[in-house]
Design a protein around this ligand. Structure first.
Ligand code: MG
Length: 256
């Protein structure tokens, strides 16, 4: 099912997106060696609530009943952690990379975005992974155009990542977003069957390549949430909420 937003709804989503973008900026400023991921979580939650919004991830229900609801306001995934890292007492070290995923719900609509930040001085290869992941989002975005198909976004991301010698995670995908954090359609970061649906003006989408340094394969830790690379190598994440228009797509979760 496709969900087309009205102009009025898109205006609300712009505001939710701005809260997410500002929260990411606050976190970026706070990321440094010696800081715990729980401290970053506190900064994010306090700021989101100050904006009159609600952290979308806090209390998010797991797919399995045996797993507790997500306890954090952000996902904080370090180095080999791909997504859904739980904020805690782990201390950031010089040379780490950390992926932060932020969701905020304002006046009934969600915004969702992620960035991978460098902690202190990181290796050239880690920086290249971050840069390729970010650029793969923009390659996908070029295809978020009225009349194209979801698979055009997926294929553009996959091609750019593979051309640069990295791999895309398959088990977790981008998604439609609006009144629900996760709406149709799914947006895989690789070509797969079943993503032939058309892109239309008024669709709001979270496009989010998750890119691994080594194998694309991942596993989930015993906490039921945290996804890590199977080979222990690095992973990076870049995501924005966007709206498809009759013209160029608009990014709702970026300040510049
Ligand atoms: Mg998302």
């Amino acid at each position: 099912m496709r969900i087309i937003k009205s102009k009025k709804e898109i205006e609300v989503m712009k505001k939710a997106g701005e809260v997410v973008a500002l929260t990411l900026k606050k976190i970026e400023e706070a990321v440094k060696p010696g800081v715990t991921t729980l401290e970053l979580d506190r900064i994010a939650e306090e700021f989101i609530r100050k904006c009159g919004a609600i952290p979308s991830f806090k209390g998010y229900k797991a797919a399995f009943k045996s797993v507790a609801d997500f306890p954090g306001s952000i996902c904080a995934s370090i180095n080999n952690e791909v997504v859904h890292g739980i904020p805690g007492l782990r201390v950031l070290k010089d040379g780490d990379i950390i992926s932060i995923d932020v969701g905020a719900c304002l006046d009934g609509f969600h915004g969702d975005a992620a960035r991978t930040f460098a902690v202190g001085k990181i290796s050239e290869e880690a920086q290249r992974l971050i840069d390729v992941t970010k650029q793969s989002f923009f390659e996908g975005l070029k295809n978020a155009v009225n009349g194209k198909r979801i698979i055009d976004i997926s294929g553009a991301i996959e091609d750019y990542v593979v051309m640069n010698g990295f791999s895309v995670v398959r088990e977790f995908v981008g998604h439609g977003i609006g009144r629900e954090m996760h709406e149709e359609p799914q947006i895989p970061n690789y070509r797969c069957r079943g993503q032939r649906s058309r892109i239309e003006a008024g669709m709001t989408l979270a496009i989010e390549p998750m890119v691994n340094e080594g194998t694309h394969m991942v596993k989930i830790l015993d906490n039921g949430w945290t996804v890590v690379t199977l080979d222990g190598k690095l992973s990076a994440h870049y995501e924005n909420t966007i709206v498809v228009t009759e013209d160029e797509p608009l990014i709702l979760t970026r300040l510049d």
